[in-house]
Write a protein that binds this ligand. Structure first.
Ligand code: 13P
Ligand code: SF4
Length: 378
């Protein structure tokens, strides 16, 4: 069983279910449900109390039945709560893995257990499938920080440089860019596009910190946009020092959406899948993941011997996705995500350029322990 060290009130977890959400949907915890899903309880035993299980099990069973009826799959990002991630996610992973899966799946319906830009990416890659998002309010501060019109202005100002966009953007923005990247392949994308264009400078939008962290890992010059992830920008180098003091021997792993001074003090940095992979490979005694809260829970489930220090921050957008609204969206086939065909074709070209890059066997890490590289932020 995973062990957690509570680190004060930094992490505000969503409230536990107080009423029987299953009963409200006409679902009951009967013998058939018990036989079908009770064996799954162990996977979430660290996060779901036995008292909550009768409310959760019928929802899980209901979702599984609807998935069969609708020929649907649930793509679950690493930031989903463990009930969603482990119990109903058919494919789980980071933004890159989910995009690849969306392009390949034979299912007719994709339910995106993630945020809106991820659902748009799925629709862009699989236009003939019905893509559903359980809550349309599941946005992203990075995606909200830049528009297609902004990118057109950037293009006017810097016509000679390629524009790389993080996948955390709207379809409109992707449609104006040359290639997308995720935190798993950002350095690879920047270096490839610079080589293909024969330039030494690349524009990278919208995450200022990711751009700065990429700049520290390449000789390519980077011009960054001023977007921030509202979750990762909260971590500071001081947090890392406090964790090390309070919990000696803790391995500190950080997501590259964190400020560069956090990576300077961390032991390893990488995308969500790189962090999960690092924990499995190194099996540290004690670890802290400086990223969204649910990551630790999901990685802990796979690494029972590892102790997790949890000064995590919660993504309010990711936390909008619940078992209840996944059930509702499969039942009612709402809310469908659509993308204008002209925008889709242009956005797809940018995503395809990324997906065409050689697949890396292991998600790479970012350099840690070095200072920030000065760069232009527009
Ligand atoms: P990755 O899963 O690609 O590391 O992305 C993290 C993130 O913040 C997604 O919103
Ligand atoms: Fe966006 Fe940050 Fe939430 Fe990811 S964690 S969806 S980047 S706000």
């Amino acid at each position: 069983m995973a062990r957690f060290i509570d680190f004060g009130d930094v992490c505000e977890l969503p409230p536990r279910r107080t009423e029987n959400a299953a009963e409200a949907r006409g679902l009951v915890y009967d013998q058939a449900v018990k036989a079908a899903v009770d064996h799954l309880y162990d996977e979430v035993a660290d996060f779901v109390t036995p008292m909550e299980w009768p409310a959760i099990a019928p929802l899980v069973h209901g979702i599984n039945q609807l998935k069969k009826q609708r020929n649907a799959v649930v793509l679950a990002h690493n930031y989903m709560t463990p009930d969603v991630f482990s119990l109903v996610g058919d494919f789980r992973g980071d933004s890159l893995q989910l995009a690849r899966e969306a392009a390949q799946t034979d299912a007719e319906v994709i339910v995106q257990a993630g945020v809106h830009f991820m659902a748009e990416t799925s629709k862009i890659l699989s236009p003939d499938k019905t893509v559903l998002i359980p809550d349309t309010r599941a946005g992203c501060s990075l995606a909200a920080s830049v528009t297609g019109a902004d990118v057109r202005l950037i293009r006017q100002k810097y016509p000679d440089y390629p524009i790389v966009t993080y996948v955390n953007t709207t379809a409109d923005v992707k449609a104006e860019c040359d290639i997308t990247c995720t935190s798993s392949n950002a350095v690879q994308v920047v270096e490839t596009v610079a080589r293909d264009w024969g330039v030494d400078t690349v524009i990278m939008i919208p995450d200022e910190f990711l751009a700065k962290n990429v700049a520290a890992n390449t000789d390519i010059k980077i011009i960054a946009w001023h977007g921030r992830c509202e979750v990762h920008e909260k971590f500071s180098a001081e947090d890392v020092r406090q964790i090390r003091e309070a919990h000696p021997g803790t391995l500190v792993l950080a997501h590259p959406e964190c400020p560069p001074d956090v990576l300077e003090e961390a032991d390893f940095a990488g995308s969500t899948s790189a962090l999960a992979h690092y924990v499995s490979e190194h099996a540290p005694q004690k670890v802290v993941l400086l990223t969204e809260c649910s990551m630790s829970d999901n990685v802990a489930a796979e690494n029972p011997g590892v102790e997790f220090v949890k000064p995590c921050n919660l993504c309010p957008h990711m936390k909008r996705i619940t078992l209840e609204n996944i059930y509702d969206c499969l039942k009612t086939m709402q809310h469908e995500v659509t993308v204008d065909e002209d925008v889709r074709i242009r956005a797809k070209a940018a995503i395809d350029a990324m997906l065409a890059l050689p697949k890396m066997a292991t998600p790479p890490g970012f350099k840690v322990g070095q200072g920030a590289v000065p760069l232009e932020v527009i």
